[in-house]
Write a protein that binds this ligand. Structure first.
Ligand code: GLA
Ligand code: ZN
Length: 675
């Protein structure tokens, strides 16, 4: 089911249930929402106790009333299912709905997201309320989308979940012998005689069987996806055909979002970057990377569902956004393929844990606040650029980001238990492409590679069955591959590959990784260019943490190590394979290396973002398009105004202009007809 509106969404989470005794405030909120250019709110996210104050007693009137009033003021509703937090009566009457932690203790009532995904009682209660919401509330024309639960996450170790885990394992491995083989259980005599003996990992029990840990994580994703599926089925049973979303989180390692995304129609996510902690371009890059990941989950536009209009209250230091940052952050979402810019939240709550969390309307309640003004300016701009709604972001460069591989790599002992610096490595690769103005997809190992020209594998520790063959075919057909150290080491159940690594790609890369040196935090080595190397690299760079020693098996050396007993060994190689080329980056090099090296690979590949001249270091360029037009979206995340490198074709400026320099946090959008 496709999600489409003819506008870019602007709005956010709204909790009228906290203000039912203040109709004057609710009245004023709607007026202020319209004035700030908001056209959508998410309702009902944590409203279960108001919707069903006692078991089987439902109260939807307040919600229907507010949806209607909003609609009459031009504001749509994204309707949530309330499963993110359950009422007290339910926890008291049916304790099985509460979660059990890894030490096998059941939680008391409290917090949110504190429920068992397996419990038949919880599933039944969710089914009843979701179905009723579909029948009685979602039929209103103002409702455009289902917001299923809220930020699914966490795990439950109750007996029901243990049983479900065992069933899942039995289905996967069929026989216990097979499981023992694949999990390497003979190590330390951890062999199982039957599936009934298996327990989820626990710090008071088993944590050393890495394949068990890995399968448990896979099971948690499976069970959460199954619960999500169940929630969606309930609204379908209630007759609603509206599209669905679930709001995902930043850098959340607990769930494989590629699998979760399969259950929903549109991906949405919640972003809370710590602007002003580091250079704005670095924060923008990091935020952009997650936007790109979220877009890549379904290969479709997504929604920025939450972001803070002011300061959060849960970060170590909850800093205000400086003027212009709210606008820039909202526009960055749009640039990367979001269909809107939404906030948490519309009105600040009066008590409890989020009373100091920033909101569009704060406790003061007036329009004459800096935040309200900036929200309104953002609303104006979104109206001005609304033709971007429904356009897509296509990429020629992709990076492999795979939850299974990351789980397995980070759980394994060695080669550096003090930190593999995986995310930093990923960011450096990503930045290398983005500094060339390229759109980038982040994909897992199941994704199709045909549409890409360049594929990067930063620390892809696990090569799942068939992946190496797929990458080989990609290079054979003319693809450019960049692989890094610590790739292709283990199979799907974390068993080390025999007969050489990177498994299945040694001939494609023309090398074999022989040994991996882990460096102390204070140690460094250097990458020295081979004279007259074919990429024209002419600088020396430092590297840290991990240095792979490779044996050349046909590849040409472009750089060599400068220190240690492996001084002179190759640390950057290239090999031709079929119609393509494959590079191997052997060490965790400093950021400049990736900027320069990836810049040269991109130039060699013939792809380009299509602008003339140098791209300033602090400028983000992203391209959205449809069949007829493309939009170059420029954003300045530096500390001074910059010149814009203009597209090669004639342009029409739909926001800002290419004539003046682009101011700090500014936006300019050029439109080009595709002929
Ligand atoms: C998350 C939740 C929201 C709210 C915000 C606060 O994203 O989904 O309900 O708690 O955090 O930043
Ligand atoms: Zn459970």
């Amino acid at each position: 089911m496709d999600f489409r509106t003819d506008k870019l969404l602007h709005g956010g989470d709204y909790n009228p249930e906290q203000w039912l005794k203040r109709p004057d405030i609710l009245e004023k909120d709607i007026e202020m929402l319209s004035e700030s250019g908001c056209n959508v709110v998410s309702l009902g996210i944590f409203s279960w106790a108001t919707l069903e104050p006692e078991e089987g007693v439902f109260n939807f009137g307040w919600l229907q009333g507010i949806i209607d009033k909003l609609y009459k003021s031009g504001i749509y509703t994204i309707l949530a299912t309330p499963s993110g937090a359950r009422p007290k009566w339910m926890a008291d009457k049916y304790p099985e709905v509460l979660r059990v932690d890894e030490t096998r203790h059941r939680n008391l009532f409290g917090f949110r997201h504190n429920h068992c995904y397996t419990s038949p009682v919880y599933r039944e209660k969710v089914h009843i309320i979701n179905k009723k919401l579909a029948e009685e509330v979602a039929t209103h024309p103002g409702v455009i989308l289902w917001h299923i639960s809220n930020e699914y996450g966490g795990e439950c170790h109750c007996p029901l979940c243990q049983d479900a885990f065992r069933k899942w394992l039995k289905e996967k491995y069929q026989t216990i012998e097979n499981l023992n083989d694949q999990w390497c259980t003979t190590f330390w005599s951890h062999n199982y005689n039957s599936f009934d003996q298996i327990e989820s990992p626990s710090r008071i029990g088993e944590t050393q069987l890495h394949a068990l840990n890995l399968d448990w994580k896979r099971f948690v994703t499976h069970q959460t996806a199954d619960f999500l599926h169940h929630e969606i089925q309930a609204v379908r049973d209630g007759g609603s055909n509206l599209p669905t979303t679930a709001n995902l989180m930043y850098h959340y390692k607990g769930l494989d979002y590629f699998k979760i995304a399969k259950e929903i129609d549109i991906v949405s996510w919640d972003t809370y970057p710590t602007w002003h902690k580091e250079d704005a371009i670095d924060t923008a890059d990091d935020n952009g990377l997650y936007h790109d990941l979220m877009r890549s989950l379904k290969g479709k536009p997504f929604i920025q569902m939450e972001s803070c209009p002011a300061a959060t209250n849960w970060q170590g230091v909850s800093k205000l956004k400086k003027p212009g940052v709210l606008f820039a952050q909202s526009m960055e979402a749009i640039a990367h393929g979001s269909e809107g810019a939404l906030y948490f939240q519309i009105r600040q709550s009066r008590g409890a844990s989020e009373k100091f969390h920033g909101a569009v309307i704060d406790h003061y309640g007036g329009k004459d606040t800096r935040v309200f003004k900036e929200v309104s300016e953002t609303g104006e701009a979104l109206k001005k650029i609304k033709e971007l709604a429904g356009t897509v972001v296509n990429s020629k460069a992709a990076i492999i980001y795979d939850w299974d591989s990351q789980w397995a790599m980070e759980d394994s002992q060695g080669p550096r238990n003090k930190g593999l610096h995986y995310m930093e490595a990923l960011r450096k690769f990503y930045r290398g492409f983005r500094r060339q103005g390229l759109n980038v997809d982040l994909i897992d190992m199941t994704c199709d590679l045909d549409k890409y020209k360049i594929l990067a594998l930063p620390m892809v520790y696990m090569f799942k069955k068939g992946f190496a063959e797929k990458v080989r075919a990609f290079v054979e057909n003319g693809g450019y591959l960049i692989t890094s150290y610590w790739s292709g080491i283990v199979d799907d159940t974390d068993r080390c590959y025999l007969e050489g690594t990177p498994h299945g790609l040694m001939d494609v890369l023309g090398i074999r990784s022989t040994e991996l040196d882990a460096l102390y935090d204070w140690e460094e080595n250097r990458l020295i260019p081979v004279q007259n190397n074919e990429l024209g690299l002419d600088r020396t760079y430092t590297c840290k943490y991990l240095c792979d020693l490779v044996e050349l098996r046909g590849a040409r050396s472009l750089m060599t190590y400068g220190e240690d007993f492996y001084k002179g060994y190759s640390c950057l190689t290239v090999n031709e394979y079929g119609k393509g080329k494959a590079w191997y980056v052997a060490a965790d090099a400093e950021r400049d290396f990736y900027d320069d090296f990836i810049g040269k690979v991109v130039a060699d590949s013939g792809i380009s973002c299509g602008v003339k001249g140098e791209i300033p270091d602090t400028l983000e360029i992203t391209v959205r398009k449809n069949d007829d037009v493309k939009y170059y979206i420029y954003q300045n995340f530096g500390t001074e105004a910059v010149e814009l490198p203009l597209p090669e074709e004639d342009v029409e400026w739909i926001y800002g202009t290419g004539e003046d320099k682009l101011k700090v946090y500014g936006l300019a959008i050029a439109k080009i007809k595709i002929v």
